[in-house]
Structure formats: structure tokens, C-alpha cells
Design a protein around this ligand. Structure first.
Ligand code: ADP
Length: 176
């Protein structure tokens, strides 16, 4: 179902939990203890090991939760992947420009993936669900962040849930 290719970047319509990649990026929330959307799907399909490691992270490095714009890896449990990289997108705001935080989700996730030695990474459309970021703008920020990243990950995929998200990302990469 690959659609578009920009030097190692592929846009796919589908469910991110079905992707066979080294690292799947989770649109998590700060608590790291699960939520809806991508987060819910990853924990449902990945099983309890992921939550167990998230709880350990909350008890050690991230007692206050994972701040928006940062990323941290755990096992991928039963998913067809080696790691889940949890990143927390910003909630969309009309009164404050949080695009730097959204951009950071992509660069930080890629940095973590690079450190792990991941050859392939799958991203969802971070912040465009429960966190309400307008799709076209989120796609533009994602495309710019990934294309300007210096991380060494040869295979980067965006896995978009529906046709509307897929075409927003296609447009963003075409014009980036
Ligand atoms: P956020 O809280 O960062 O907004 P969500 O998980 O609510 O994150 O949504 C992010 C995007 O992921 C939305 O566009 C949503 O439609 C999409 N999405 C939800 N479930 C999946 C899935 N299983 N695979 C890929 N994308 C998904």
C-alpha cells in the first residue's frame, strides 16, 4: 500500500500496529499509562509488557510524566516490531504556537530510533486525533521535521489511518 517515496520516506494508509518495523512511534500522553487512539491500539495489540515498562519509566526517569516533545523507547511486546518509541504531542492551541513541540516529537523520536540502531520507523499523525491539531498543518510540520532531521534511519514510514490523512501528508511532502 506504499504511496509516495521521498528518499526513504513512505506514506501508507493503514493501522500502525500492523507495521513490521524496528520501531513504532506511539502518540502517547504524558502519563505513559495508556489512552485512546494510537496509544490504546498499541497497548491492546502489544500486550502488558509495554505498560509494565512504561510503569517502570514513571517510577524512575519520568516521575512527573514524559513532557510533550520528548521521546522514550520501550519493548514492543507482541507487536511485530522491536521497540515502541513513546512521544507526547502537544494539544493544539489557537492562542499559543506549539508547533516547535510537535516538530520536536518527530526529531526526538528519530534521534531515539537512531540511538537504538533502528533501520525502520513508523509514525502516526501525532496530535491530530484527541489533541485536535489541524491535519494539513500537522502534516506540514511532520514533513519539515523529518526531512530536516539528521538522524540516520533509512526507512521512515508515516502510517495514516484514513484517506483524508493520507492525502494531507501526500500534499505536505509534495510541497515541502
Ligand atoms: P493524539 O492524542 O496525539 O492526537 P491520537 O492517537 O488521538 O493522538 O490520534 C493521532 C492520529 O492517529 C489520528 O489522526 C488518528 O486518526 C490516528 N490513528 C488512530 N488509531 C490509529 C492506528 N491504529 N494506526 C494509525 N493511526 C491511527
Amino acid at each position: 500500500m506504499g504511496n509516495e517515496d521521498h528518499t526513504g520516506i513512505t506514506l501508507i494508509q493503514g493501522d500502525i500496529t500492523g507495521q513490521s518495523v524496528d520501531a513504532v512511534v506511539n502518540a502517547a500522553n504524558s502519563s505513559l499509562l495508556g489512552g485512546g487512539g494510537v496509544d490504546g491500539a498499541i497497548h491492546r495489540k502489544g500486550g502488558p509488557k509495554i505498560l509494565e515498562e512504561c510503569r517502570e519509566l514513571r517510577a524512575s526517569r519520568y516521575e512527573e510524566g514524559l513532557p510533550a516533545g520528548q521521546a522514550v523507547a520501550t519493548t514492543a511486546g507482541d507487536l511485530p516490531a522491536r521497540w515502541v518509541i513513546h512521544t507526547v504531542g502537544p494539544v493544539y492551541s489557537t492562542s499559543e504556537d506549539r508547533s516547535g513541540i510537535l516538530s520536536s516529537c518527530f526529531t526526538e523520536s528519530l534521534r531515539v530510533a537512531g540511538e537504538l540502531g533502528a533501520g525502520s520507523v513508523a509514525f502516526p499523525a501525532i496530535s491530530t486525533g484527541v489533541y485536535r491539531w489541524p491535519l494539513d498543518d500537522a502534516a506540514r510540520i511532520a514533513a519539515q521535521a523529518v526531512m530536516n532531521s539528521s538522524a540516520q534511519v533509512p526507512d521512515i514510514r508515516f502510517v495514516l489511518f484514513d484517506e483524508r490523512a493520507l492525502s494531507a501528508f501526500q500534499k505536505a511532502f509534495d510541497t515541502a
